[in-house]
Design a protein around this ligand. Structure first.
Ligand code: 6XA
Ligand code: ZN
Length: 344
């Protein structure tokens, strides 16, 4: 297992997020990745490398130019509004829902924060762009390694990516690392790529990016969006559209779901991937399915993740793992590395 480690991840360190009407300390903290890195080193699981640097043009296959331009300059614009903003993270507070226009690019910074976001739980900080950008490099590096013949590679990065759409951030995500990896595999000539999202939360951004395409199959096992974030996508009747009809499959499960049912669902998702004829696999590896996760509702145990890794390996596909959520900080290293060790 090759690991590409985002050495800049801790540059992104949000202070507060909006949660049930109040600002609370962020759940998505640098220590998450520190624990995974420490566990990889302790178990001597493969080689740990810095990412290759990619040109910004590598992001354009997934994200819109106006969104990338916004992200790259957002912090400077925020501080230009008021020098005191240097001590505060930027959070959106107004959104262009339904009958409001999203084609116009307002000059007002708050208006653009809302245009390019989906929630008020995702602070944008001084180092967000550098961290997200290096994280994207990790995902692209892992994809190129796998396209070049590696059995598997792991993008160990934060902020996570699977909620980020072509032109919006949210759910702690800014650049969609899994989508970038899948697109990179396609660009390397691999004709059929599958994305399996096993984070507790539906990967709405990844689904939307590939929803009308038949070359990238997306399937996700997650908390039922009737009750779980991101609420507005991830239902079982979302099957793809246009040329992509039949190439999207969601497996929403109720809060409280345990490993037996979750694993049976994993087998169904893997059967769909096999039927699609995938030649490579991207796994959005969220560890918030863990029983001890503070913001999620499944009840997988640490030892279960070894089995998850074994089940994924049985798919027999060159595989890119991309780190997503998981907020039981003390256990996230053990759990994530259990998946990778089980796979190996
Ligand atoms: C709402 C919860 C965001 C979920 C983030 C996550 N603030 N996504 O773990 O996978
Ligand atoms: Zn999650």
């Amino acid at each position: 297992m090759l690991t590409y480690y985002n050495h800049l991840h801790s540059q992104h360190q949000g202070k507060l997020e909006m949660f049930r009407g109040q600002l609370v300390p962020c759940f998505e903290v640098p220590a998450r990745v520190d624990h995974v890195l420490a566990e990889l080193k302790a178990r001597k699981l493969g080689t740990i490398l810095p990412p290759e640097p990619f040109d910004d043009s590598a992001l354009k296959g997934v994200h819109s130019q106006r969104y990338l331009d916004f992200l790259a300059s957002a912090w400077d614009e925020w501080v230009a509004l008021d020098p005191a903003n240097a001590q505060r993270d930027a959070l959106p507070s107004v959104w262009p829902v339904r009958s409001l226009r999203s084609d116009v690019l307002p000059a007002n910074f708050a208006a653009r924060m809302g245009l390019f976001s989906m929630d008020a739980g995702t602070p944008l900080t001084e180092g967000t762009w550098d961290a997200a950008r290096a994280g994207a490099d990790c995902a692209l590096s892992a994809a190129l390694a796998v396209a070049g013949g590696e059995r598997a590679a792991f993008a160990l990065t934060r902020p996570p990516g699977h909620h980020a759409g072509a032109d919006f951030f949210g759910g702690y995500c800014f650049l969609n690392n899994a989508a970038l990896a899948a697109q990179a595999l396609r660009d390397q000539g691999i004709e059929r790529v599958a994305i399996l999202d096993i984070d507790y939360h539906h990967g709405n951004g990844t689904q939307a990016i590939f929803y009308e395409r038949s070359d990238v199959y997306f399937t996700s096992i997650h908390g039922d969006p009737h009750t779980e974030y991101p609420f507005y996508l991830g239902y079982a009747d979302e099957l793809g559209a246009g040329a992509g009809l039949g190439f999207n499959r969601n497996w929403p499960l109720p809060r409280g779901t345990g490993f037996e049912v979750w694993r049976a669902t994993l087998q169904q998702a893997l059967a769909c991937i096999a039927e699609f004829g995938a030649q490579a696999l991207v796994v959005s590896l969220g560890m918030d399915t863990f029983v001890g996760d503070p913001i999620s509702g499944f009840s997988l145990q640490s030892a279960d993740y070894l089995q998850v890794g074994e089940d994924l390996a049985k798919a027999g596909l060159p595989t890119v793992f991309v780190f997503e959520g998981g907020y039981a900080v003390a256990e996230v290293g053990t759990n994530a590395v259990n998946v990778l060790q089980g796979f190996d």
